[in-house]
Design a protein around this ligand. Structure first.
Ligand code: CU
Length: 394
């Protein structure tokens, strides 16, 4: 009978389920790195010590809560036996709700002030201003709804707590209230979604048109490769079957536009010109993420993606605006694409058109000496003709 009670005990089932869930999470978290790399015995021992530690902590907390519960219960029963009034738990819970509302609201306010100050500086692109407007409006609406609903929720629990001299009013249904809290959020959400849809359309609807400057951004584990067009302003064609050796982007040298293409380590772009990034990945999905320009788009193997934008603030101007001499715009990968993911970061420099032209003159040609000799061996370039061809195309 006792065993049957134990099996049927809800508390035991909950405890078991929680332990199972918590344990699984810990084991999965610990096993993930173990699957990719060799784990030493010491590390494995440390892992199990960690799991044991958390299980023990959990059990201790459970025991602590159970002990406090028992003490309170004994205190209550003693009071009742002595004819004193029992503890009014309804009042305690109601005050707890009110305190939680005040502390929670202060916490939200504090996080706005502290985390809010870590926000990105003003948008450095034309379309980014639209994205920011949309974000601010959505944020404003959700903050107002958050404040109203939290005050209603916790205030209601406080003011309408259980009292002996008051009976709960049985109020099972009200069609008008149901309509109000269904239709108003539906309208607000529809407006936000449509607003977002049109904003996204205005940002992307001219993406197929070539920009003033077209730059290839290729992602692979774990770096970004940049290819700029040469004096002809045209990037040569690429084909994945040509990837190999020094031609790691698979540039097609049967296309004469390829000869003056250039490689660059830093993404340098002139202010006030439209830049079109031609984006692709060579292995897994990466994502071009340039937060200061409010720009993000996936880099997908086999599926070229594009983003066209116009930078509005040079790096030097942004250094002055943010009062940070070390400020740099950055290009990140925002897909967790492997264990070297953190490495996929490039500096982006927004400069004046004159600075851009000067910088461009100093960049290395994609068709370097190693690649030239490989192409000669492969018979794609004539043995002594490459240099002339480059000259012709310039
Ligand atoms: Cu990546």
């Amino acid at each position: 009978m006792a065993f049957k009670n134990l099996i049927n005990s809800k508390k035991l089932t909950v405890l078991f389920a929680t332990l199972l869930l918590g344990g699984n999470q810990l084991l999965m978290a610990a096993a993930a790195p173990a699957a990719t790399t060799e784990v030493s015995e010491e590390a494995q021992a440390a892992m199990w010590t960690g799991v044991g530690y958390y299980v023990l902590m959990f059990l201790l907390v459970c025991v602590g809560v159970a002990i406090v519960g028992r003490i309170v219960k004994v205190y209550d029963l003693t009071n009742q036996l002595q004819g004193k009034t029992a503890t009014n738990w309804n009042n305690i819970m109601a005050i707890g709700f009110a305190v939680f509302l005040v502390i929670g609201m202060f916490g939200a306010f504090w996080s706005f002030i502290v985390q809010g100050s870590m926000n990105l500086p003003e948008s450095a692109s034309v379309h980014g201003v639209k994205t920011d407007n949309m974000f601010n409006i959505t944020f404003g609406i959700t903050v107002i709804v958050f404040i109203i609903t939290q005050i209603l929720l916790f205030g209601f629990s406080y003011f309408y707590r259980g009292r002996k001299d008051r009976r709960a009013y049985f109020y099972p249904h009200n069609n008008t209230i149901e309509k109000v809290w269904t239709i108003i959020p539906a309208i607000v959400l529809t407006v936000l979604v449509v607003f977002g849809f049109f904003t996204w359309r205005t940002i992307t609807n001219s993406v197929d048109v070539k920009g003033d400057i077209n730059i290839d951004v290729t992602g692979h584990q774990f770096a970004w490769e940049l290819r700029y067009p040469g004096a002809d302003q045209k990037l040569g064609k690429k084909h994945y079957k040509l990837v190999g050796g020094s031609n790691n982007l698979g540039v097609d040298f049967k296309d004469k536009n390829s000869f003056d293409d250039m490689r660059a380590d830093t993404l340098v772009i002139p202010v006030g010109r439209t830049i079109r990034l031609n984006i692709i990945a060579q292995d897994v999905i990466h994502s071009v993420y340039m937060p200061h320009f409010r720009l993000q788009i996936n880099a997908v193997p086999g599926l070229p993606t594009y983003f066209k934008f116009e930078p509005t603030i040079t790096t030097a101007q942004m250094k002055a605006k943010t009062n940070d001499a070390k400020f740099e715009y950055l290009l990140y990968c925002s897909k967790i694409c492997g264990d070297g993911h953190y490495n996929m970061k490039k500096i982006v420099k927004v400069v004046t058109p004159t600075e851009y032209n000067n910088w461009l003159l100093q960049q290395k040609p994609y068709l370097n000496d190693a690649l030239k000799s490989e192409l000669k061996v492969a018979g794609i370039l004539p043995n002594d003709g490459a240099a002339n061809q480059v000259a012709l195309n310039n």
